[in-house]
Design a protein around this ligand. Structure first.
Ligand code: ASP
Length: 456
């Protein structure tokens, strides 16, 4: 409760942003469905045509100009930050992981656990989304409508079901000219650009620390500012969610909610399996703690993560709770949790894995085993390159999807239902960090559980 109160009070007096987004979702769905039912083929336009002239003009204006403008403006704000955000996040993530490795045994152990935790998360994601196939809960006809609706100028339009993943751009996955790839980040250049960022980060942590310190500080600043841009974009989210859901529901009717509902359930089930099965086993076997007591002791952290949807905002409470409620040594928890807030995001990796495949299913993009494997690796990497802020996943997902020939604006379909998924995956992100800290502390023989009487 303590955590959730802190989170709420920090958000100020008005309605909390996540509630506003949920209201936007609800109203957008109702209005969109109403438009679809009244005029199934022409959608909102038929509704407009049936109303008196003095109402028609503002309604038409709203449908033709305002609604697409709000949705597009929001998505553009998310996309505009892709290059600086991903570049700085990956460089810092890799160099921090490199620094952690330099810390010696503790660092190497945390690194291995990060890979283990994220790897398991992504495997669960792929198993579930391939078994359930939520993106196929839609007819071929609706798929065409989706393409019509979202294919934008500059996006090569192809018949649904016949889309091929493009050949690797320019110089392949290893870019000859990373700046060129950066300018085509939303049309196939993101992977070579990510490769460049990874190499840059690796080289940075291999360089003379003193000499590269200003560069690191510079990218720290870029990362900080990029996260603020997402924060600002999120202020538009309630209205954008309304607009995006309205457009989708008006065009496709109830069918889109079946597929979106199945997608959301697959994500939530995946998160629940990772949280209650995988974490419980790892906490029991490696950290040698009772998982139930563990979860109970960090409930304020979990509630804060749920309320804020931000690993970064939860970090101070996580640090405090790891020490005071779990008895983890400060030296271990402070660096595992700080690095983990951006680099170890199991919930995000799982979510991104499911979302990438979901969109490919939705747009009828066939994926062979090697492409699935590439997406699996990218999801692990995306967990490292995602900022710990609300909606931090979307720039990453959006830019990867455009390389798969999914129209850029299409992420709006799933963004409508994202808030609850964001709240839930953030809980896993921070819980995973604390679980790793507990495992490392146990391996180091420095884990001292605080008795219940002291905590009460
Ligand atoms: N909101 C998540 C976090 O802060 C990031 C994401 O969007 O997946 O951990």
């Amino acid at each position: 409760m303590r955590g959730i109160l802190v989170a709420m009070s920090e958000k100020g007096k008005g309605m909390a942003l996540h509630n506003k987004i949920l209201v936007g979702l609800f109203l957008g769905a109702i209005a969109g469905l109403a438009a679809n039912i009244i005029g199934p083929s022409a959608g909102w336009q038929s509704l407009v045509n049936g109303t008196p002239g003095w109402i028609q003009t503002p309604l038409t204006w709203m449908y033709v100009n305002l609604i697409p403008f709000v949705g597009d403006a929001f998505l553009a704000m998310i996309y505009m930050i892709v290059v600086p955000l991903l570049f700085s996040a990956l460089i810092l993530g890799v160099s921090e992981l490199g620094d952690v490795a330099k810390v010696g045994r503790i660092g190497v152990r945390s690194l291995l656990l990060t890979l283990l935790f994220s790897g398991i998360a992504v495997v669960i994601a792929f198993a579930l989304v391939n078994a359930v196939k939520p993106g196929t809960f839609i007819s071929q006809e609706s798929r065409e409508v989706l393409y019509e609706q979202y294919a934008t100028k500059g996006t090569e339009k192809q018949a649904a079901g016949e889309v091929k993943i493009p050949d690797p751009p320019a110089g392949g996955i290893i870019p000859k000219n990373p700046l060129l790839e950066a300018t085509r980040a939303l049309s196939g250049g993101i992977m070579p650009f990510m490769f460049f960022a990874l190499l840059f980060g690796l080289a940075m942590c291999k360089s003379d620390t003193e000499k590269v310190a200003p560069v690191k500080q510079f990218f720290d600043g870029i990362f900080e500012i990029s996260q603020k841009v997402i924060d600002i974009a999120m202020l538009l989210a309630p209205y954008a969610v309304f607009a995006l859901i309205f457009q989708t529901a008006a065009g496709l009717g109830i069918e889109i909610f079946k597929t979106l509902g199945a997608y959301a359930v697959v994500v939530l089930v995946g998160l629940a399996i990772h949280m209650f099965v995988v974490y419980s086993i790892l906490i029991k076997v490696i950290a040698k703690r009772n998982p139930l007591t563990f979860f109970r002791n960090i409930r304020s952290v979990m509630l804060t993560a749920f309320a804020t949807s931000s690993s970064n905002a939860t970090l101070p409470i996580a640090l405090k709770s790891a020490e005071e409620d779990l008895g983890l040594p400060k030296e271990i928890s402070s660096f595992v949790l700080t690095v983990g807030a951006t680099a170890n995001q199991n919930g995000t990796a799982l979510f991104e894995g499911i979302t990438l495949i979901f969109f490919c299913q939705l747009f009828g993009i066939p994926l062979d085993a090697s492409q699935q494997f590439m997406l699996l690796m990218l999801s692990i990497l995306a967990g490292i390159g995602t900022a710990g802020v609300p909606g931090g996943s979307w720039p990453v997902i959006g830019s990867i999807l455009t390389t798969m020939k999914v129209p850029a604006g299409a992420i709006g379909i799933a963004f409508g239902v994202d808030r609850i998924l964001d709240m839930s995956r953030t809980v896993l992100n921070v819980t995973g960090d604390i679980a790793i800290a507990a495992c490392v502390a146990e391996w180091e023989g420095q884990s001292v559980e605080i008795p219940d009487e002291v905590l009460a």
